[in-house]
Design a protein. Structure first.
Length: 564
């Protein structure tokens, strides 16, 4: 098999380590390394890559007990990294009531009515995934019909990409929400314009008034969710996850699993703080914890939200919404408080990740970085902006200049096509989902999914790679791509979910590409995603996932070549 190899194609980790534990041969190995972009074979010793090169070079490291897998020409890529995934929720799968396929509110009501019939007395009815952009009637619903269906069960229907929820009167009553209840900071309780009574629609942080009432999960249940999430991640070729918003309890459970050698994924967990910074001081009294459990868990990042989401008109814009002139979105954390949080984190060695979707919120975040890095002596803080969805064109070069990482989710582009231009107008779309503009300016983009409100297939990294390359939905619309000037090349798209995501966690020397000395996290896939027709990327199957040199997942149908 002919491969593109440079002269120094066989690179080796340590000349004294002669015998490999695992060897892959006859592969189309995409390394994501500039000096050696491809290889035919690789050797693994322990949890590290030992050497890459041609078959005859690598087979020199075969010993009596070495496992050899003939990849038979299949493609091997670095273990994929999702830079923004709410991990505990990933594996719930069929346990959720999904509303993402609904095309009108009546369909939502029909699904809820079916759930009510199956529910135990007083049990919460939970649903997720509705979005008015998918409905014939784009206006927000109220809860009058929901109350008719369910008077005894509290109902919570998460929608608008988790930035809005529709609840019935039972849930409002349990939460003590009345016409006299003030809007919480960073949230809004929608009300009937005549009576002033709550309509049941809660935006952004107003949802927390009800969410805090949810029955608490037991540790065994949460650990079971994490196990399911891990197995789901393996099936999608994911070996590392950046979990953007964990609490102290989740951190405790992650550590317990680590102690029991039961954490089967690499996690970069970000501690979520409220907008007012409460709990930040308590958390940062402890030093960052990096690479716990042989690089399974890292705690070095603080996350908070500056604004809301575009679909729910919670994203903070510099000028009013195109389709609602009286609205400019919600600022959850004002500029002075953002400045203070960023400085505190830099002073204590913590990385900062700021949720910012609207152009106003992104400007607040960039301003805070510019001020903080001038005042706090620090080297390479790698501050992140999560989403960076709508940018003022003049702010795009600031990402590279300030060293800010754009942590973006390509799948949001096709998901938002139905409403984004309506919300911001054509002029502001020049800075929307602006991947290529950011890349050309020198910025680093880390790729993620962030779709906890939808079925797990939306978290498939190959869907994200496809979206970055095509800017099309799963049916290939629109022809040529939506604002096609922002499409990225295939290797750039792969880098978003490998080396650039690793960089966003200070781990580019540890993972994200295939090179001697790096962790042996890699994936065998059915398609060469750098060469197959674009739409075939969506059909890419993970045949095997290798984490730390161990095969943790094999495709039940297409595993014969591994078992030889």
């Amino acid at each position: 098999m002919m491969m593109l190899l440079i002269a120094a194609s066989c690179r080796t980790l340590g000349k004294t380590q002669k015998i490999a534990d695992l060897i892959l041969i006859n592969g189309n190995i995409i390394t994501v390394e500039e000096n050696v972009p491809k290889a035919e074979a690789l050797a693994i010793k322990g949890d590290r890559i030992m050497s890459l090169g041609e078959n005859n070079e690598i087979l020199k490291y075969k010993g009596k007990h070495t496992k050899v897998i003939d990849v038979e020409g299949r493609t091997v890529i670095p273990g994929l990294i999702d830079a923004h995934m709410h991990f505990v929720e990933l594996g719930e799968g069929s346990k959720k009531t999904y509303l993402d396929k609904t095309t009108d509110y009546q369909q939502v009501l029909d699904i809820v009515q079916g759930a009510v019939k199956k529910a135990k007395p007083g049990e919460w009815i939970m649903g997720s995934g509705w979005h008015t952009s998918n409905w014939k009637n784009k206006t927000y619903p109220d809860n009058s019909e929901l109350d008719r269906i369910s008077q005894d069960h509290p109902v919570f229907l998460s929608g608008m990409a988790t930035h809005a929820a529709l609840v019935n009167k039972k849930a409002l009553a349990l939460a003590g929400i009345t016409r006299a209840t003030p809007d919480p900071e960073g949230g809004r309780i929608l009300r009937n314009p005549i009576s002033g009574e709550p309509t049941g629609l809660l935006l952004e942080k107003a949802q927390q008034l009800v969410i805090k009432l949810f029955p608490s999960e037991s540790d065994p249940l949460k650990k079971e969710k994490i196990r399911l999430s891990t197995e789901t991640a393996w099936k999608m070729g994911l070996t590392s996850i950046h979990d953007p918003g964990v609490d102290v309890d989740t951190i405790r459970i992650y550590k317990e699993l680590l102690q029991a050698d039961a954490l089967g994924i690499r996690l970069n967990a970000m501690f979520l703080i409220p907008g007012d910074g409460a709990s930040l001081d308590d958390f940062i009294r402890n030093k960052p914890e990096i690479g716990l459990g042989n690089n399974r868990l890292t705690l070095r990042c603080i996350k908070f939200l500056i604004d809301g989401a575009l679909g729910a008109r919670g994203a903070a814009l510099l000028t009013p919404y195109h389709d609602k002139k009286e609205e400019k979105g919600l600022i959850a954390v004002p500029q002075d408080e953002v400045d203070t949080i960023v400085k505190k984190c830099l002073n204590t060695g913590y990385q900062v990740a700021m949720h910012a979707i609207g152009d106003h919120a992104n400007r607040i975040a960039l301003n805070a970085v510019e001020r903080a890095t001038k005042e706090v002596p620090t080297h390479d803080p790698r501050i992140r902006i999560e989403h960076a969805q709508i940018l003022a064109p003049e702010d795009i070069p600031r990402f590279s200049r300030l060293g800010v990482i754009a942590s973006m989710q390509p799948i949001h582009c096709p998901m938002d096509m139905a409403f984004a231009e309506l919300r911001v107008g054509k002029e502001r779309m020049k800075g929307a989902y602006a991947w290529m503009s950011l890349i050309e300016s020198g910025a680093i983009i880390a790729g993620g999914s962030d779709v906890p409100d939808f079925p797990i297939e939306y978290s498939n990294p190959f869907w994200g790679i496809y979206a970055a390359i095509t800017r099309q939905d799963l049916e290939g619309n629109p022809h040529g791509g939506w604002y096609p000037e922002q499409k990225v090349g295939r290797l750039d798209a792969l880098k978003m979910f490998t080396i650039h995501a690793a960089y966003a966690a200070f781990e580019e020397n540890l993972k994200g590409s295939l090179a001697p000395g790096k962790l042996a996290d890699l994936v065998i896939v059915s398609n060469d995603i750098l060469a197959v027709p674009e739409h075939d990327i969506l059909n890419t199957e993970v045949l095997a996932t290798i984490l730390g040199g161990k095969v943790v997942y094999t495709n039940a149908v297409r595993r014969a070549f591994i078992d030889k």
